[in-house]
Write a protein that binds this ligand. Structure first.
Ligand SMILES: NC(=O)C1=CN([C@@H]2O[C@H](COP(=O)(O)OP(=O)(O)OC[C@H]3O[C@@H](n4cnc5c(N)ncnc54)[C@H](OP(=O)(O)O)[C@@H]3O)[C@@H](O)[C@H]2O)C=CC1
Ligand SMILES: O=C(O)[C@@H]1CCC=N1
Length: 280
């Protein structure tokens, strides 16, 4: 049995543990840190192979692979004085925290990777990016969506930054649902319609990729029709350019003050992919 441990039992840890049940449930035991009491208790109650450990130290002591699932700003406190050992594998989920920094903090653990799974992993859908590759970790994430092993940490950093679009995607969906409701469409109908529409589009995108097709928006609209009008309005309003601007902000290239956001810039955040590579 492979012994997995999670220090930081939050949203992402919960999703990964849920996904792993389907693919590796009978081949691993899972220890979770106790601090998110409700989540850790619920996981232990739901899955027979999950145990709520007495402490984060007990998770590290009892695991072959330790996943770090706290927020970046919680890293220092979350792993202070934990008994990492040589021969242990540590996988950090922390977006924006360079590998070099994690390695330093989990010494003498032998193998340290960064992984960016997304919440869809619970349903075994969506991308999981890993750097560097590691056979055991690749085996664990294989079958949990589209595993991408990045050769360079800067690639992982860039895609991790791009994942910042997730919540905006749902915000956009909700605005469409609200608009439909304002046209007296029943909320359940509006919600089902919008979510199902985007699910279908996602499937088309992946299917096209498998067949080597480009995703040309002009091929997904009727000439002179509704979609063309909306796309043209949004383009002239600068909407699509703002996507890149927002990602620039996440990357730290632009002043966060411009967008009214705090700048990502603590010692434990990387500012750009290049800087991350330089620190490795
Ligand atoms: N959510 C996502 O879609 C993705 C998240 N990530 C990364 O995964 C990490 C977790 O994100 P997410 O799950 O959303 O965040 P959550 O806030 O849901 O989870 C963080 C967890 O860490 C726990 N924690 C905080 N401090 C400590 C500590 N000192 N010791 C032990 N546990 C501690 C929290 O406990 P408590 O709640 O009690 O404070 C909570 O259970 C982040 O670093 C994020 O960058 C990466 C890709 C996608
Ligand atoms: O929103 C976040 O910070 C996390 C990290 C990457 C995706 N979600």
């Amino acid at each position: 049995m492979l012994r997995l441990g999670f220090v930081g039992t939050g949203t992402l840890a919960q999703a990964v543990i849920g996904g792993l049940q389907e693919t590796h449930g009978d081949r691993c035991t899972i220890l979770v840190s106790p601090r998110s009491e409700e989540t850790s208790r619920a996981l232990a109650a739901r899955y027979p192979n999950v145990e709520r450990a007495a402490s984060s130290a007990a998770v590290v002591e009892g695991s072959d692979i330790v996943f770090l699932g706290m927020r970046p700003q919680q890293l220092a406190e979350g792993i202070a004085a934990l008994p990492f050992r040589d021969g242990q594998v540590v996988v950090s989920f922390l977006a924006g925290v360079p590998l070099a920094l994690v390695r330093e903090k989990v010494r003498p653990a032998a193998a340290v990777c960064r992984a960016i799974p997304l919440p869809g992993i619970r349903l075994r859908r969506g991308p999981v990016v890993l750097h560097p590759g590691h056979a055991l970790v690749e085996d664990l994430f294989g079958g949990l969506g589209d595993l991408i092993v990045a050769d360079r940490e800067s690639d992982l950093t860039a895609v991790s930054n791009a994942s910042a679009m997730m919540s905006s995607h749902f915000a956009m969906q909700n605005r469409m649902v609200d608009w439909l409701s304002s046209r007296s469409v029943a909320p359940d109908v509006a919600t089902r319609y919008v979510r199902s529409m985007f699910a279908g589009l996602a499937a088309i995108g992946l299917d096209g990729l498998d067949r080597g097709e480009q995703l040309d928006p002009a091929h997904h609209e009727t000439k002179g029709g509704l979609n063309e009008r909306v796309r043209s309005h949004l383009a002239s309003a600068g909407w699509f350019d703002e996507v890149a601007t927002a990602l620039d902000i996440v990357e730290g290239h632009l002043s966060g003050e411009k967008a009214g956001l705090p700048r990502l810039g603590s010692d434990e955040h990387e500012m750009t992919g290049k800087e991350a590579d330089a620190r490795t």
